[in-house]
Design a protein around this ligand. Sequence first.
Ligand SMILES: Nc1nc2c(c(=O)[nH]1)N[C@H]1C(S)=C(S)[C@@H](COP(=O)(O)O)O[C@H]1N2
Ligand SMILES: [Mo]
Length: 337
Amino acid sequence: MSGSPGRRTNLALFLFLAAALATGALAYGIGGGWGRWAVAGHGIAGLAIVLLAPWKTAITRRGLERPGPGRGASIALAGLVIVTLLTGLLHATGLGVSLGGVTSMQLHVAAALLSVPLAVWHVLARRVRPRRTDLSRRNLLRAGGLAAGAAAVYAATEGLVRLAGLPGEDRRFTGSYEQGSFDPARTPVTQWLDDRVPDVDPEAWRLAVVTPRDTRSFRLADLQGHTDRVRATLDCTGGWYAEQDWEGIRLARVIDPPAGRSIRVASITGYSRRFPVRDAGGLLLATRAGGAPLSPGHGFPLRLVAPGRRGFWWVKWVTAIEVDDTPWWWQSPFPLT
Ligand SMILES: Nc1nc2c(c(=O)[nH]1)N[C@H]1C(S)=C(S)[C@@H](COP(=O)(O)O)O[C@H]1N2
Ligand SMILES: [Mo]
């Protein structure tokens, strides 16, 4: 016995919701080529949830007939999951990338995150206890079959997007759309959460470089003479990307030789990210983009360029660099501000 069909549907839903959450986080976390597998896995997990909808609807209909506690929260959860799926499809196909004011991607992530506590509560409130038969061979085969079906639907959808020439065909492997490449003035100005564009006085501004050996301070004029260049793509998790020619000073030059395990790059605003010291060679402290000084929104006077990493690593308004023995992963995987 592998349990009732209702139990199986609920288990499969739980499994694929968890998979969608995990692959979504991975797609945000991985900026390099491997990210494409996270993005594909994310699409497949989402479509598996869509495929389960008819069965779940039958269960839900029965549930709604016996009103009990927490019914409102369950309905809210269903609504959030539907919004998450719809905005995911709107973004991926390009049929609705921006919904006036907000982007589909913003709604997608917000609805998904809000649904997590509700989903946890929903499962706990129903006291579904794991049973050994849940992991029966047949159930695992069924889950595999569902994933294969979802993969086929994913491939078919991608094919349709191309055949129909929908905007979705121009997505980067991360799922992002091009906006303002080689034209910084057309590139969006965005903050991860609640940071504000600061008004920086270039005369008073200093870059502090703190290493276990010493602390040094640079003026803007000390950095502006450097002409290290890198062509790199800023790919925001908000769903757009732009390739740009960046100019400034390689980070490795200001901490040479690196003595420590990680480098913390901090903004005037308090926002910061920590990098493994081995990355120093690939990071650039940029003062210019596209041949012009950075605009305030894009990080004037100094911003980090972190090729191969998603946008939230590209710290703007840099004012301090600290090298120490803290492991680079000793930080929140995503910024909290
Ligand atoms: N200080 C600071 N730097 C930041 C952020 C922020 O909120 N604060 N947001 C990051 C995110 S999420 C992105 S996508 C890029 C956006 O850079 P742009 O505004 O120059 O396009 O800046 C990154 N650097
Ligand atoms: Mo971003």
